[in-house]
Design a protein. Sequence first.
Length: 639
Amino acid sequence: MSALSGVFLWLLPLAFLPVIIHMLNRLRYRTVKWAAMMFLRTADRDASRRAKIRQWIILAARCLMLAAFLLALSRLQTRGRLARFFDQGSSMVVVIFDRSPGMELQRGGSSGRERALGVLRQGIDELGPTTRVVWLDSATGNLSPLPRGVDLNRLPQTEASSVPTDMQSLLNTALAEIARAGVSDAEVWIPGDRRAATWLPPGASSPDWSDWTEMNTEVTLRFFDVASVGPDSGNRTLQMLGEPVREGNRLLLNLRLLRDRADQETVTMTVDTGGLTFQEELMVEGVAFRWVQSLEVSDETEDVHAFFSLPADANPQDNEVAVSWRPRGPLRAKVDVRDSAVNRAVRAGILPRANQREIAPAMAPLDGEIALWVRDGTRAIRDVERTWLEAGGVLLELPGEQVSRLDNAGEDGMGVGDWLEDTGILGPDLERDPLRMDLLRVYRSARLEEVENRVVVARLEDGTPLLTREDVGDGAIYRLSTLPLPDWWNLAAGYIWVPVLQRMLREGRRVETRRGTHRLGDWRPHPDDEWSALDGEDRNVRLHVGRYAWQGNVLAMNRSNLHDATDTLSMEELREWASPLDFRVFEDQSARGQADARRVEFTVFLALLGLLLLVIESFLLTLNIRRPVKHRSAWSASA
């Protein structure tokens, strides 16, 4: 047995306060022998004995009442059979509701989101009346109390969205809320489809939940699998890879169509260019079909925005792509590297071209015209530099002179074991295949720290990070563990180094946050900006794919391609992901018989016991009040 508020246990000696007061009151009186009273005491000895017993019972009731209230404040809890006897269910339930596009995939005639709502309605109805339910929305990350009897289908927190789900971040939020509430027993309900990108995105390290196991709260994770039914055939997913590129009087878009079957078919795609709507027939074959879509640009200063959509199928949330492009000046980079050989390698990798890419002078200040900044990772970020990053700049840090420990990978070097090959700066680019990271050999590498807010973009074969990314506002910091020199890696030819730098330059264009094409979850408009939807009144700039206009700017928002992958985790992998937390699957019979391990709090029971003792004391005190006895008069007696 343990106590959540152990400080009140130190106050238990106060339960003897009535005894102390009683003893002090006895010291106030002196015994005086009086002959007449001696005869009266002898006559009323039996009544005196009953009164003394009643007084001792009142004194004991007062002591036990104080002890019960102090123990209730200390919040005693226990395990085992006693816990099972008093267990009335969890005192708090946090529901993590996945609103990502993958939950809209139709399986057996219903989507995963619809099946999740059905299971949650049934589970919430079976909870005890004192259980508090908190709803955690995956699209916004907001916590809100859930009233009993509310219609889940009418809640805006249950509507479909195009925002990806980060289950690690959501579970940390749920556990922090449970710790803040200070309950003794809580559960986290997670309805999901076991999509790997939701639970463990590529490049992310396995989560560490050890800090949460030290809480005084018994936390149980209950997973509701909504992907057990086989998927319906005929789903198609439309994606845009990379950024739009201007070439003469054309705007080139790299599009890809993913299917769950490989037979040949004709797919109709609708294109809305903001004034002209037309349809194109695509003859596709295979599970992945890729092509370059061309849009006409009549004027060098003209904005271009378009909306591509496919007919509704098994998942309507992954059939749309939005594009917004505005002519910009040449991309500018700033190189601040001390080593002359590395400086030359960086400048050669950027490949300055007139009206496309430029390298600013070394003394140029960091401002909105600088998209990429390359420097040695030798010092901390200053406030003015952090402001530039938060506005959308991209910083690439290379190992500097301060690195003292290097790993020698041998003569053949060390290859890359894992990297983000579907999206990001290492993913496919316009009219290019994904980067051949498998050809890279690293001979020397500095150690990169793995912290919670950094995503590992690429790892070496021994598991150490090669390239990491840290989001800072609308910008990002990339950290590379090696140098573009022949004795560090075999990238002297530039077949990886050059496209990586150019992609970082294009990513740095996000300083113009009120226009262009962005991805949901990577960037959010300012709350005060009032964007109106151009592709449907029910769309929200923070939740849905589409084009949005405000003050003459057109903004396009798309979903993350990373979460279009259909790879799933097994139940064993999910249990390993949640370890060492108590992870149970809905209707898992193996969890039965483990009720002895549950902890139950006695606060309500002890408070009721204290009230009962108070009632007993009050009743006994009323017996001490003598009632007046009516005596017959002498006249009636003589009669």
